[in-house]
Design a protein around this ligand. Structure first.
Ligand SMILES: [Cu+2]
Length: 266
């Protein structure tokens, strides 16, 4: 037996292999440095893999590893089963934070995880599932993926409490296009459309730049939005541009500014 113990310890100690790795949306805790699966409810932080302790929430939301979706959007969740276990996968949602009770109350998908390490995509151990997000915007919401090791592939998991489970979470935001972060730019944009036309007034830098963009038409909107329709939405259109394509604005603005300067020079 002595010879076995060291071997088991070695296996358990190998940190590199996770049980599940959430690839999309971006996971809260990077899997780059080893497994982050064993703490209820998000894999890292406190809590136990059986959710049996006092910790059933994880307040460590990431400030930067966040993915934004539109209300009611259907998204594709992708993950890999890096250590095979038989049971269920469950994808759940919490509209405010990461609390097990809330995840249990808002299950988006529950999928059989048969024995064997094959995924459901036809590509190795890769899995994917589509889920539809709620229609209510939220700024601190969380998506949770569970690999429940209960050898039961037929019964959905109402709660992982008491069952050996592996966890991953993704910090997300649900925002109506247009509401976005509403950066400073957003508003100018709106104040706008008309000014744009009224416009020409050359004078002021950015304000106008944007003004014109819209005034004149969709052409430009598309330019920074990438999305055609918005052009008509007027107010919102503009917002879209700023909220989602913040970076796209710069080139457009620069072009306009350059154009203005040339006019002045001319
Ligand atoms: Cu295991």
């Amino acid at each position: 037996m002595r010879s076995i113990t060291p071997a088991l310890l070695l296996l358990c100690a190998l940190p590199a292999a996770a049980h599940i790795q959430l690839d999309a949306p971006l996971v809260r805790y990077s899997n780059a440095n080893g497994e982050v699966n064993k703490h209820c409810p998000c894999g890292g932080g406190g809590g136990t893999s059986s959710c049996s302790g006092a910790v059933l929430s994880d307040p460590n939301r990431s400030a930067t590893r966040v993915t934004t979706y539109a209300p009611g959007e259907t998204i594709t969740v992708q993950w890999r089963e890096t250590i095979d276990h038989t049971g269920r996968y469950r994808i759940a949602f919490d509209n405010d934070g990461a609390d097990l009770a809330d995840f249990n109350a808002h299950i988006l998908a529950d999928i059989a995880d048969p024995s064997g390490g094959a995924g459901n995509t036809g590509s190795g151990n890769a899995w994917s599932a589509q889920v539809t997000l709620p229609t209510t915007p939220c700024s601190g919401c969380t998506l949770q993926l569970l690999q429940v090791m209960n050898n039961n592939t037929t019964s959905p998991v109402a709660s992982p409490v008491g069952t050996s489970t592996y966890f991953q979470c993704a910090d997300i935001v649900i925002a109506a296009p247009g509401e976005g972060e509403g950066e400073g730019e957003g508003e100018p944009g709106e104040g706008e459309g008309e000014p744009g036309e009224g416009e020409g007034e050359p004078g002021e830098g950015e304000g106008e730049g944007e003004g014109e963009g819209e005034g004149e038409g969709e052409g430009e909107d598309h330019g920074h939005d990438g999305e055609g329709e918005p052009a008509e939405g007027e107010g919102e259109t503009v917002d879209d541009g700023c909220a989602q394509g913040g970076m796209a604005w710069s080139p457009a603005a620069l072009v306009l500014l350059l154009a203005l300067r040339r006019r002045r020079a001319a």
